[in-house]
Design a protein around this ligand. Structure first.
Ligand SMILES: Cc1cc2nc3c(=O)[nH]c(=O)nc-3n(C[C@H](O)[C@H](O)[C@H](O)COP(=O)(O)O)c2cc1C
Length: 238
């Protein structure tokens, strides 16, 4: 009996440590804008990986727009299980949606610094852990300074089993990362249209990144995408 009680207490403490005491805080995101001012062709022509940013904050509207571009719901299917709210901005093999998105927020106006998980079905953020974690992210990203200097970073992970249960090896070796590429390119293009810059970062220490964003064990980290305003061009004053 005593052993049972001890086990129950241990499980409760471990669960609290994993999700953190702040897990219930929800931040509703403003609705995305559906008519930007830059053409998709111009976004494509000008897209580059950007690793240096102006020291200016992002707005909550920027964050909302980027998360929506990455994995926002465009056709709600609230009663269909396993699609996290419905069909999305990015295609997904079998509409199985294996990706998860975190926001590492350091300097976002109207958002307390912290680690957040994006919920496409509600277009909101759940606070996972409060505090500016950009220094820890820098360590996980093998010292790539973009993740320290950007006001915020997106972190992608995937629950591979959502896909492999249907597609097996083909899902593991191809489809999940194809899904990732579609979503990440959306982020690049959305950044272009908002005057922001990003860089897809695949070089990082997996376990450190898991720890930084408190990733559950069934997720595998895939990308970090630091995001910030484009730096002023030297000598032009703009
Ligand atoms: C799978 C993948 C992993 C990447 N990892 C990194 C990285 O760890 N660090 C980095 O600075 N850039 C990284 N990049 C960005 C590439 O260096 C960049 O796309 C390439 O130099 C071409 O430049 P462009 O994106 O401006 O066209 C990665 C890109 C991809 C597609």
């Amino acid at each position: 009996m005593e052993l049972l009680l001890l086990t129950a207490v241990f499980i409760a403490v471990a669960a609290a440590a994993e999700t953190g005491p702040d897990s219930a805080k929800v931040v509703k995101l403003p609705p995305p804008t559906l008519d930007g001012s830059m053409s998709v062709e111009k976004c494509l022509a000008e897209r580059r990986s950007v690793r240096e940013y102006a020291s200016q904050p992002l707005s909550l509207a920027d964050v909302s727009q980027l998360l929506w571009a990455a994995y926002g719901v465009t056709v709600p299917l609230p009663n269909v299980p396993g699609v996290s709210g419905g069909l999305k901005t990015a295609p997904s093999a079998g509409a199985l949606y294996p990706l998860e998105l975190y926001l590492v927020a350091g300097d976002v106006t109207g958002l307390e610094p912290g680690i957040y998980r994006y919920r496409p079905e509600h277009h909101d953020l759940i606070l996972v852990l409060a505090g500016d974690r950009r220094r820890a992210l820098l360590g996980a990203a093998l010292g790539q300074t973009a993740v320290r200097d950007a006001p915020a970073s997106l972190v992608y992970s995937a629950v591979f089993s959502r896909n492999t249960v249907k597609y097996g090896t083909r899902g593991r070796e191809r489809y999940v990362c194809m899904d990732l590429g579609h979503s990440a390119e959306n982020v690049y293009l959305q950044c272009g249209s908002l005057g922001l810059g990003t860089c897809a970062i695949g070089a990082f220490h997996d376990d450190s990144l898991r720890l930084v964003v408190r990733m559950p064990k069934d997720e595998e980290p895939l990308y970090i995408m630091p995001i910030g305003r484009l730096p002023q061009r030297k000598g032009t004053g703009d």
